[in-house]
Design a protein around this ligand. Structure first.
Ligand SMILES: Cc1cc2nc3c(=O)[nH]c(=O)nc-3n(C[C@H](O)[C@H](O)[C@H](O)COP(=O)(O)O)c2cc1C
Length: 341
């Protein structure tokens, strides 16, 4: 996996910059929302490497926001760092009630001054989709999507509102185009399409043909493609071959937060910076760990870092043994020993 030789790619024809409402997203590389992962600590690391034109929070329950808000001047844990973090920053919300989403969107836009309010229309997790009839459940109802987006757009103006969707709710219902058109018709500023159906979860592969097809049916709204982009070359290809306006990267950026910086260089036709050395990667993981422990304390912080640590080692020699060990770690001493070992 480690590349030591600088590589360059032909980044293809020069592109229009990605504009999400008044915001220019440069480079057109977005860090995906990932519950349990894309928190303030992770976003700080991504920002330090550079290359992500728009970092995004984990998805935040709009109802949960209002419940916590009623208790005083606190924010949900998933909005850790949002007040002080540099901009641009997108916050993702989920719910199915236009008024609730609008109320929270307005707070984020006008009090917390976030750059983009994104609505989750792709989450397939039962608690969100089946029980709360939100996330990917809403893909079945483009009209309802339109009503939601319209209401959030009106509440957040001039802060842009975007939506993240999937190809469709299931293989029998591939309707990303209908949903994207509903988002556009309601004043949405961009749509991200993850090229899997909701019932696929993260199985199978993202269908970029279907993502690209959505673009043909949009009049003005940019299209961001998402799914399985793992290398700088793949990010360049997504833009040049599939004609999307932006590329969103999720899991590969957890294992390699420097990927955005490499993809940025590839897009600019510059030599791609080499991966950090293994020792630098260890230091990075320990630095990430310190940030998490500072926030959550040693006990919870260590448990939270188990899953991050596994991602960091993906694809490297000894990854399986490392995963087995780190999955059981419970104290800072053990954690540091395993990482340094
Ligand atoms: C652990 C995890 C958590 C995720 N949480 C969210 C989320 O909060 N909101 C969302 O829209 N998508 C979420 N996703 C989906 C990703 O944003 C992305 O669409 C998906 O991982 C495909 O992109 P990738 O192949 O680049 O990872 C999550 C994915 C993972 C792996």
């Amino acid at each position: 996996m480690l590349s030591t030789q600088p590589e360059t790619f032909d980044a293809g024809a020069s592109r229009e910059p990605l504009r999400i409402g008044p915001l220019v997203v440069d480079p057109p590389l977005l860090q995906a929302p990932m519950a349990g992962f894309s928190n303030h600590a992770y976003r700080q690391i991504v920002r330090r490497f550079g290359g992500a034109g728009l970092p995004t929070t984990e998805m935040v329950s709009a109802r949960g926001f209002l419940e916590i808000d009623a208790l005083g001047d606190t924010l949900p844990e998933r909005l850790w760092g949002v007040r002080e973090e540099p901009r641009p920053l997108a916050v993702q919300l989920w719910d199915n009630d236009p008024a609730i989403l609008a109320a929270v969107g307005a707070r984020l836009a006008h009090e917390l001054n976030v750059s983009v309010v994104d609505i989750n229309l792709g989450c397939p997790v039962k608690a969100v989709c089946q029980r709360a009839q939100s996330g990917s459940y809403l893909l079945r109802y483009p009209d309802r999507v339109g009503a939601i987006v319209e209401s959030v757009v009106a509440a957040c103006r001039p802060v842009p509102v975007t939506a993240k969707i999937r190809r469709g709710p299931g293989r029998q219902t591939i309707n990303a185009t209908d949903v994207a058109q509903a988002v556009e018709g309601a004043g949405g500023a961009a749509v991200t399409v993850h090229g899997r159906t909701a019932d696929q979860g993260l199985r199978g592969t993202a269908d970029w043909d279907q993502i690209a097809r959505v673009k043909l049916h949009l009049k003005r709204m940019p299209l961001i493609g998402n799914g399985d982009v793992q290398t700088a070359r793949a990010a360049v290809e997504a833009l040049s071959r599939w004609g999307v306006d932006g590329v969103m990267i999720g899991r590969a950026g957890l294992a390699r937060p420097w990927l955005f910086c490499q993809a940025r260089a590839a897009l600019a036709g510059e030599p791609i910076p080499a991966d950090p050395t293994l020792d630098q990667q260890r230091q990075l993981l320990l630095n990430h760990y310190r940030r998490i422990v500072e926030r959550f304390g040693p006990e919870k912080g260590t448990i939270l870092m188990r899953r991050f640590a596994c991602r960091y080692r993906q694809g490297q020699p000894g990854a399986r043994l490392f995963r087995t060990k780190v999955a059981r770690v419970s104290t800072p001493e053990e954690f540091i020993e395993i990482v340094e070992g």
